[in-house]
Design a protein around this ligand. Structure first.
Ligand code: NAD
Ligand code: ZN
Length: 358
């Protein structure tokens, strides 16, 4: 059986595209009392972008702080209660920010129409009803959350997405102007998430020409952006926004691999953020991705990025064991990276040995 791939319904791309948001949401406003919800990364609290959100009187604007933690099921359940208390069910939910805000908007949209807690839907195809019309507007590029069918949440027992066709955005607005203020390090870590999506998608058992075409273009664009110190930031951001989109499409029809399987363990046990965790791990994955890691190291050099060493010296055996258990659970990623019979070749001991290199 092949995946019956669902895409984002509508996409607008270009500098200044954010200005079309009012018109896009306006098409959904039909009667008095109709309201929209805007979830905006709190980094924009005193930023001109906050004043450009096309807020109507009845709308709700919520600043969401994802600086300390990536989104949790608790955060989502709280936001859903806030929206319901505001005026019931909105006509649209827009998430403006990085992967954290986009995933939050997806999850809030779904939890407004599906009963219970978001914890109940962490997994595959557990969501039974379409969510509220939801719009993704990236302000940092790389995760591919704008096109993916998951909303990654950290819950009480695991970090796992609400994976479903209903999760996919109805509309995305890709405006590279919004990437202008991202600090150098964060830009690199999230950009490398895209690079790593492409490398992992392109190296593994589930690679096929459909995902390969997206992955190759995405990889080329990432390398162009991060390997070329003279590239104008405007041109670079125009490319990075598209690379992220293509990288997300590539992994949807293939899979990510060893780096993501390991970085999930690291993030869950130590709270390390996704893009940064991927960089920490990928730096030591020469065995899996020799060319990819070589280029990654060169890009770090060009961008003046340094990663800490000997992190694992502070980790207890219990922590290493929990990290490895989470990582082992990412079976479909290991199937892609190593093969369907991966368990015959690779186990907890090997996983721990990779964590000890960090
Ligand atoms: P993020 O959304 O967590 O944001 C990282 C930091 O950048 C935050 O401090 C934020 O405030 C700041 N920021 C965002 N835009 C900015 C801007 N324009 N200027 C200045 N600062 C800005 O980062 P991310 O790497 O985009 O997303 C990571 C999250 O995405 C994780 O929760 C991860 O699990 C999730 N993720 C989801 C998918 C998916 O397919 N759904 C894929 C990969 C990662
Ligand atoms: Zn990723």
């Amino acid at each position: 059986m092949f995946k019956n791939f669902k895409s984002v319904e509508r996409t607008v791309y270009g500098r200044g595209a954010f200005n079309q948001l009012d018109e896009i949401i306006g098409a959904k406003r039909r009667k008095s009392g109709d309201f929209a919800v805007f979830l905006l990364d709190s980094v924009f609290q005193n930023h001109p972008l906050a004043n450009r959100v096309p807020l109507h009187d009845e709308d709700l604007l919520v600043f969401v702080d994802v600086n300390a933690h990536e989104p949790t099921t608790e955060l989502i359940d709280g936001l859903v209660n806030m929206v319901k208390a505001h005026a019931g069910r909105p006509i649209a939910v827009a998430g403006i920010g990085g992967g954290s805000l986009m995933d939050s908007a997806k999850a809030v949209s779904l939890m407004l129409t599906n009963p219970g807690s978001s914890v109940d839907y962490q997994g595959w195809d557990l969501v039974k009803k379409p969510g509220v019309f939801h719009i993704g507007i990236p302000t940092i590029a790389g995760t591919g959350a704008e096109v993916s069918r998951t909303a990654v949440l950290t819950g009480p027992t695991r970090k796992l997405g609400l994976n479903s066709d209903y999760t996919i955005f109805d509309q995305i607005v890709l405006d590279p102007e919004l990437l202008a203020g991202v600090p150098k390090e964060q830009r690199f870590y999230t950009g490398m998430d895209c690079y790593i999506h492409s490398v992992e998608s392109l190296v593994g058992h589930f690679l096929n020409p459909f995902s390969g075409a997206y992955g190759e273009k995405s990889l080329d664009m990432c390398v162009d952006v991060f390997m070329n110190p003279n590239l104008d930031r405007t041109d670079a951001d125009d490319q990075l926004m598209v690379a992220s989109y293509l990288g997300g499409l590539s992994l949807t029809y293939s899979r990510v691999g060893a780096c993501h399987a390991l970085s999930y363990g690291l993030s869950y046990v130590h709270g390390t953020k996704h893009g940064y965790a991927n960089c920490l791990v990928f730096n030591h994955l020469q065995d899996f991705y020799p060319e990819g890691v070589e280029t990654f190291k060169k890009m770090m050099q060009v961008q003046g990025i340094e990663l800490p060493q000997n992190l694992s010296a502070n980790w207890t055996d219990d922590e290493l064991s929990r990290m490895a258990d989470i990582s082992m659970g990412m079976e479909i990623l290991w199937e892609h990276a190593i093969g369907l019979d991966w368990k015959k070749k690779f186990g907890k001991e090997e996983i721990i040995s990779y964590f000890k290199k960090l």
